[in-house]
Write a protein that binds this ligand. Structure first.
Ligand code: ADP
Length: 250
């Protein structure tokens, strides 16, 4: 559940049922998604989600590096998630650590379920996720950004992959945990959804929940994902409207 920065436990839920930032239990933090934020990449997206700031860039389908990863029947999907040294309160040690390796792996696997990789044998689709500012839920923000970046790159997919973390704070199930809630809460459950089929392609959990709480969390998370899905589609529509002259054909 991330690093515990402070020692004093904050009040996570007021008697009125409001969270530390004034949200209700089923409310998302504000999200802004910009498709095509970078010029060099084949596809890109910038996501501001609460105090998270995440950039994703996609290259490919292109030649596979390192070569031995090449597959004859499909594209390999490679993901590199990185948190900038200045992304957290106390400077994070730069470079690859176990956490970023794990996050890179689960994100790549989530996209393997939706990208039509067989259409591009012997190639690589490379996803880079850079967390510039972190405030819990960065793997979900990374998934959302990467998903929009993949669509922006024109990579064929079954669907976009909205993602959100649900958790347990002060004994209650809450949508989209922020840093203090992640640090001092009882559980953290990030998930990514294929909206078309309702299938979850990423589901992790830290902490403890009863089976009933887990069911309620999945329900709340799926609803949150559907809300985020609409914002992802709107960002792509906005990008598309900006690049196609009025009356023009795509
Ligand atoms: P996620 O960002 O997907 O929620 P974690 O639960 O592992 O992933 O991390 C929660 C939060 O803890 C991160 O978003 C970040 O704010 C903070 N965090 C993670 N790793 C570090 C680190 N090495 N140093 C300082 N803060 C960190």
């Amino acid at each position: 559940m991330g690093n515990v920065g402070a020692t004093e436990v904050p009040v996570l839920l007021s008697p009125e049922g409001l969270r530390i930032d004034g949200r209700r239990l089923d409310e998302l933090r504000p999200i802004r998604i910009e498709a095509g934020a970078l010029h060099q990449a084949d596809g890109s997206a910038f996501v501001e989600w609460g105090a998270n700031k995440v950039m994703a860039a996609v290259y490919g389908p292109r030649e596979v590096h390192p070569r031995h990863l090449q597959q004859n029947n499909k594209a390999v999907i490679q993901c590199k998630y990185n948190m900038a040294a200045f992304s957290v309160d106390e400077r994070k040690r730069p470079g690859l650590d176990r956490r970023s390796q794990e996050i890179s792996k689960v994100i790549a696997e989530a996209f393997e379920s939706v990208v039509f990789a067989e259409e591009f044998p012997r190639t690589s689709i490379d996803i880079y996720i850079e967390v510039l500012q972190a405030n819990a839920g960065t793997r979900c923000a990374g998934l959302v950004a990467a998903s929009v970046a993949l669509a922006d790159a024109g990579i064929p997919m079954v669907d976009l992959l909205p993602a959100v973390a649900v958790g347990k704070i002060a004994g209650k199930i809450a949508l989209d945990l922020k840093k203090e809630e992640d640090n001092f809460g009882e559980a953290d459950l990030p998930m990514a959804l294929v909206p078309q089929s309702g299938r979850l392609v990423l589901l992790q959990m830290e902490g403890h929940m009863t089976p009933d709480e887990l069911a309620a969390s999945l329900d709340l998370g799926v609803r949150g994902c559907r809300e985020i899905y609409e914002k992802m589609k709107a960002a792509l529509r906005e990008r598309y409207a900006a690049t196609v002259p009025s009356g023009g054909t795509p």
